[in-house]
Each structure stands twice: as C-alpha cells, then as structure tokens.
Design a protein around this ligand. Sequence first.
Ligand SMILES: *Cc1c(COP(=O)(O)O)cnc(C)c1O
Length: 384
Amino acid sequence: MLPTSRIEVSKSALENNLRFLKEQMGPDACISSVVKGNAYGHAIEQFVPLAEACGMNHFSVFDASEAYRVKQVAGNPETEVLIMGMISNDQMEWAVENDVAFFTFEPERLEEALSAARRVRRPAKVHIELETGMNRTGFSRYQLPEVVHLLKKHPGGLLFEGLCTHFAGAESIANYVRIKNQRKAFNHLYKWFKNQGLAPRLRHTACSAAAMRYPPTRMDMVRIGIMQYGFWPSRETFIDFSIRSGIKEDPLERLVAWKSSVMDIKRVKAGEYVGYGTSYLANEAMEIATVPVGYAHGFSRSLSNQGRVLIRGKRVGVIGMVNMNMITVDVSQLDSVERGDEVVIIGRQGERELSVSSFGEFSEQVNYELLTRLPMDIPRKVVE
Ligand SMILES: *Cc1c(COP(=O)(O)O)cnc(C)c1O
C-alpha cells in the first residue's frame, strides 16, 4: 500500500553533479562516493545502483553493516567498498573474504586484520589512517614503527591499500591554520613511509570541502559525500568557489525531493481557531488544506506556524501545530486547489524550490543532519 509521502532521488541531478565534480577534480584523483548515513538519507539500496549506473565504482561507508548493504546491491564486480569507521573483530573475516577494505587506526585492528587474512587465506586490504591533528582516530607517530614492521613482515596478509587522514573542518576558513598543519603532517608522514620502503596504492585525505578548496589534498582519491547529493559543505565553500571560478549560479543540483499530496480541503470562518488549542486564529475567512505528513514522518513540530510547502507552484504556510500525522496549510491565496494535488515538502515545483536548508532554518539543523534524518521508513524512488 502507498505511504502518505514519498522521497524521490533524481538521476539527472546525480549525473550533473558527478560531471561537475569529475571536471573539478581532474583526471588524477578518482572519486570515492561516500554513502555513510544511509547515503546521506538517500538510501543505500537506491543510491548505490544509481551511482554505479553513473559510472561510480568506489564507495566509502562508516561501518561494516553499511558495507554489507552496499555489497548486497552493487551490480558491478569491479565496485570497491571502504569502511572508514567501525568494524568489529567478528566482522573482519567477512570483510576480508569479500574484498572490503577498511581504515585501521590502532595496532590491535591491524593484528586482527592479519589473523582474519590468515583464516580466510586472502590478504586484508588496509588503509592506514594517520593522526594529523583532528584527534579523533588515526595512528599516532609513535605507533608507526610497529605499523611498518607489520606491513613489511606480512606482505601476503596485509595489503597496504591506502594512507589517509581526515581534516578537522575544511569547510571553514577559520580552521585554515589547523588544516595547513594537518596537510603538512600528512605529507611528512607519507615521506617517512616512503623512506621505510613502503608506498600505499592510494593516498587520500580530502572530503568535499578540502577537495574544492585545497587542490593538493586530492592526491590519488577524494572521498566525496555531500556534494554528489547536490549540497555544498558550507555556504562559505560555495562563495569561495564562486569567486575563484567566476561562476555565480550553483552548478550543483539537489537529488532529493520529498512529496505528498493534499488530503482534504475546508473553509474556516473568521474568528475560528485552527487545529489543537489556540496557536492559530483565522483573522478572516480562509481556505485550508490538510497534508498527511506530521512529526511522526519527520516533519518537525518546531515547524508549527512556521513551515512552508509548495502547492500548485506556490509557497504556502503551515498554520497551527504540526500534528503527529498531519499538517494544515493556508491555501487561501491559491486560485484553485484540489484533493490529491501534489505537495512538495522538499524540492522543486514549477519555478519554486524548497531547499533542505530552508526547511532546516526553522529547526536549526545543517544539511548533513537534515538529510540523514529524512525518515528512513519513507520509500525512496529513483526518478529521471
Ligand atoms: C563523511 C566523510 C567524508 C565525506 O565528507 P563530505 O563533507 O560529505 O564530502 C570524507 N571522509 C571521511 C572520513 C568522512 O567521515
């Protein structure tokens, strides 16, 4: 049975964004499509086959369960999967057996990888994550001789696939000095590995913001999340790009649209309250429409008397409280409205667009958070 709303994922928007990103990154750096957080809310099951159809064959996830989901739906035997965060010891055999690469950032995980490799008789593809100043995960300098020792001693068990790090906020120029020091630290440690006679297949450090802002961080691979979905990591990153390129209009297109339809329409007399309590008083006779989406579906209660949706190409306001399963909107200004009319909660309708961030301004969330919080149980549908 059909749910009361749906989330669409646009193929042409993804094609557009990947074209732009490839052009920006140049021929040397391959792009790993970051699909953690359920592909930033777009859903791994729908997004990964779509991205493969658009030519992507490297995906980065946070944990082993996401890697498993990518593996389940990936259709291209060449497609590679990289776990950037959590993998437990009992998941490691599965990873090694299935050629899934993973970050290592402490000696025990490297030892575990080696023993898993021995058990399944296949080399473990490891990426050595370096601590360069973010102070989250990554091998510290004093641990590296042990890493080098293990890699050199067991070349058949441990494949030195990657050397990597992550920046602590490349989307803000306020962090410039910190990022600069991280870049220096990484380059220094890379040279140190080379001097030990070890070279990784891939050096990778850049997320979207670093890849756009600091081209030397692109190296062999960039890990691109937010931008492939059509969002800039921060407004600042876009402005910086715009100034440097002279391109004024946002070259990215949002993939995601959240849509429902009008459930009911009614007239309200002047002086009546609408919905629960007294939060909305009709100053004059008006027409309202109910939409079957509420906070249970992820339409935040903080959007009461604040939120906007699009109906018949016009922006209309939420009136009264957001209910568990419904909102009411003021459609008095529309020429006509009918039951079943499309309601856009996020996305484009005619000339107008409600962006994820305009949806979020009222609830004070950033794009990353808003996207990943798009309700999981609303089905995603790929559209052209
Ligand atoms: C999330 C993440 C990325 C991608 O970041 P975006 O800003 O979405 O491009 C890259 N690398 C790591 C380690 C991450 O966790």
